[in-house]
Design a protein around this ligand. Structure first.
Ligand code: FUC
Length: 778
């Protein structure tokens, strides 16, 4: 169980690989596993499973197994209203100070007069549901230990031999049966014995055991939060059950299946009744049936995309050793494939229609106080969570995010009205499932009213990729329109330039030097990112209104506003300006690279805008030269930037940096601490290197690095509803297969070649050769 040293790994690898003669094709199933030869010593080494809502982190100890349990609606707190009653009258004063260049005074006044906060009303937080402990008491001689997560079937497994008996535990969380299942077997009859118990670190739960069932109840957050209920039922095969007051003992069974259901009253209903209904349905099926249904459901999503980057070796080594080898300079291409698919695994496991969106940690959180409350930061983080959704063929998994933004609307409308005195909807840097939207906390992060406007970029993409007009009409367009209404009324005329600008606002979480001083400030009128987001929103909402043939008058208004927006400026040193003036930068390598929003995820900066394109390049180079990319999500964003800049080598370099500097041994992204956005952003960035569709055409292999010589990616998606299979060889396109989901026209490009099909037939598959000539249509 000790870690291998790097030289040992290389020697072992070569010896094993050569002597065994195992080819990649023969053992490709070994590749999509995260595995260890030891139990998790801490939470960050545990393995995550989830069905979108109910999840667990599996530690895998031989003696006493721990599954830290999570359920996505376990939140403290309740709806709140923290608005500052002086906001409305303070707003014009702050704007005036900013237009007069009085930055310090403006910051002070906004902090006092606009930001809200009630110290007696602490912020809500997501929390762990509790822990399931299984005390096996196995000690003595332990051999052949392995703990793995197979991301091809979403099943975790712990296997070992204790005193000559081989034990296996399988764990998964089933979406079709809404149950977490643990199945324990061994190779000798009557040898499965253990004691199970449920608990929660805050020590406030009530647990009761009757027969083979333990129930756990708590009104979380000291009674200010959701009411949660968990049921654990054990069905042994053979042996006997002995129930204690809060534990169950299984003695001498051949095998045992544990069913765990959990729910809260967050979406309404009685959690005790909900979990009992789920339990009755689940236990009516035997283990093999539940497992079969789980695998079929999971694979219907996961198997849509396959990736092969060409080389093969690392799958024979435990994942922690592979990550360490990467950190020491080795390049394990298979680990990149695993990392890529792990991002998709995490999305499937933490975001399913009908539930809440994936939070800062997906659904997996340790204890009662996870970092940043594991909330919904919408100044990049949750948007990034959904970057891989459409492009990696998991478009429906973005719907919880859209539902969530939709559910913000009542509070968001009140904030627009009472805080800013205008119409439409607005939210700031973060929110939670109680849907607060008012500006709170410190201006340095809080005074940023673009949370919904940015989210509309994801929402519009959902239409561009999926093409569902009814969904656009009913769900997405009303959100976009109200967000656009807010922006139109929020913008003010800059008295110096005549342009419309957003403010007071910040360039997310960055600061600048007040000219002529060593003091820093953060508020301005017209930070570049706001201008870009609003431009994006107006352009997209105009298009949406045209698709739906509605709101001509409002469309007109949007068009008139659009042309008056302050443009993106390039500074004297050739970089995109982050603020309207060339301020000195106290932190030139800042993690937020907000002024490149137009490059990614937006599409205002492309090869069609060569000056901005060049300036974007300088901007990112400068950020990196000053230590940028030091958080996982920031590094992941940088991969996407370089992919869009058509620099495959730089994108690749930053993938390596993401794996080397910001990835934990279980492949979770490390901000630090664990934050899931980097996983999702990393998967998105790798996809953007192989396929792009933001600039009016479907671009094949736009940023293929020389290191990925031969390979394929099948099943990824382009705007317009095209499912694309790309095969390349020796760095060049070999063939491409495209299924047209919606019968849209197709502009296809590879390098300098471009073809245009005025229409495609819905449901048909088109195959093109390396010169983009059509080879086949089926
Ligand atoms: C944003 C970032 C931080 C962190 C937090 C959850 O505010 O600036 O780095 O990711 O979200």
């Amino acid at each position: 169980m000790k870690h291998l040293s790097i030289p040992t790994i290389f020697i072992l690898f070569m010896a094993f690989y050569i002597s065994a003669g195992i080819s990649r094709a023969q053992d490709s199933s070994a590749m999509l596993k995260i595995w260890f030869t030891h139990p998790a010593a801490e939470w960050n080494e545990a393995l995550p499973v989830g069905n979108g809502r109910l999840g667990a982190m599996i530690f895998g100890s031989v003696e006493k197994e721990r599954l830290e349990l999570n359920e996505q609606t376990v939140w403290t707190g309740r709806p709140r209203w923290d608005a500052n009653p002086d906001a409305l009258k303070t707003l014009p004063e702050v704007r005036k100070l900013l237009f007069d260049g009085k930055y310090r005074e403006a910051d002070e006044l906004a902090q006092k007069g606009i930001m809200g906060w009630k110290p007696d009303n602490p912020p809500a937080t997501y929390q762990a549901l509790g822990d399931l402990y299984l005390d096996f008491g196995h000690a003595g001689e332990i051999r052949d230990y392995r703990r793995e997560l197979n991301i091809e079937d979403a099943i975790a497994k712990v296997t070992y031999s204790a005193n000559g008996t081989r034990y296996t535990r399988e764990v998964f969380s089933s979406a079709p049966d809404q149950v977490l299942v643990v199945h324990i077997t061994c190779n000798k009859p009557g040898m499965v014995s253990f004691t199970s118990s449920l608990s929660r670190p805050d020590g406030r739960v009530t647990t009761t055991t009757t027969g083979n069932e333990t129930d756990m109840y708590e009104h979380v957050g000291n009674g200010v939060g959701v009411k949660m209920f968990t049921r654990l039922k054990i069905i042994p095969e053979g042996g006997k059950i002995i129930s204690g007051s809060d534990s169950i003992r299984v003695e001498g069974a051949n095998s045992a299946t544990l069913y765990l259901t959990a729910a809260t009253d967050y979406f309404g209903g009685d959690p005790s009744a909900i979990t009992s209904g789920q339990m009755n349905k689940a236990t009516a099926r035997d283990y093999s049936e539940i497992k079969r249904r789980h695998v079929a459901d999971y694979q219907s999503l996961f198997k849509r995309v396959t990736l092969d980057l060409g080389s093969s070796d690392g799958g024979y080594f435990p994942t922690d050793a592979r990550v360490t080898a990467m950190q020491n300079g080795y390049v394990d291409t298979d680990l990149l494939e695993l990392y890529y698919q792990f991002g998709r695994y995490l999305l499937i496991s933490s975001s399913r229609p009908g539930g809440l969106p994936a939070n800062l940690q997906g659904i997996w959180a340790d204890g009662m106080n996870p970092p940043w409350s594991a909330d919904y930061h919408i100044n990049i983080n949750i948007e990034m969570n959904y970057w891989p959704s459409e492009i990696t063929n998991l478009g429906e998994l973005q719907e919880p995010f859209i539902d969530f933004i939709d559910a913000l609307r009542p509070d968001a409308e009140r904030t627009a009205k009472e805080v800013y005195g205008i119409h439409g909807i607005v939210a700031h840097y973060t929110t939670d499932p109680w849907y607060f939207t008012e500006p709170t906390g410190n201006i340095g992060y809080g005074m940023w009213p673009m949370g919904i406007a940015w989210s509309c970029q994801n929402i519009w993409d959902h239409y561009l990729f999926g093409g569902d007009k009814e969904y656009l009409r009913k769900k997405s367009y009303p959100i976009m329109k109200e967000a656009a209404e807010f922006c139109i009324e929020w913008l003010v005329k800059d008295p110096h330039t005549g342009f419309l600008v957003s403010g007071p606002s910040i360039s997310p979480e960055n600061r600048f030097y007040i000219p002529g001083t060593h003091e820093t400030a953060c508020l301005v009128m017209g930070p570049t990112m706001d201008q870009m987001i609003i431009r994006d929103l107006l352009q997209n909402t105009i298009k949406a209104s045209m698709v739906l043939d509605t709101d001509k008058t409002f469309r007109n208004k949007m068009q008139k506003t659009l042309v008056r927006l302050a443009p993106t400026k390039i500074g004297s040193d050739g970089r995109i300006m982050e603020w309207p003036f060339e301020f000195g930068e106290p932190e030139p390598g800042h993690r937020h690279i907000s002024h490149l929003y137009g490059l990614h995820p937006g599409n205002q900066i492309t090869e069609n805008t060569p000056e901005l394109f060049r300036a974007a390049r300088k901007t990112i180079d400068y950020r990196l030269a000053h230590g940028g990319g030091h958080t996982g999500w920031s590094r992941a964003w940088i991969i996407n930037f370089f992919a869009r800049l058509k620099d495959g080598e730089k994108a690749y370099e930053n993938i390596l940096a993401l794996l080397r500097k910001s990835t934990l041994s279980n492949l979770f992204d490390n901000h630090p601490p664990f934050q899931i956005d980097g996983n999702f952003g990393g998967t998105a960035g790798m996809t953007e290197m192989l396929l792009q569709s933001h600039a009016g055409k479907v671009e094949l292999l736009p940023s293929l690095p020389s290191e990925w010589k031969t390979g394929y990616i099948h099943g990824i998606v382009a705007r317009g509803g095209f499912v694309v299979d790309i095969d390349w060889e020796k760095g060049l396109l070999n063939k491409v297969k495209i299924v047209s989901r919606n019968g849209n026209p197709l502009r296809l490009s590879y390098g300098a070649k471009e073809i245009y099909l005025e229409k495609t037939e819905k449901g048909k598959t088109y195959t093109f050769g390396s010169d983009l000539s059509i080879q086949e249509k089926e």
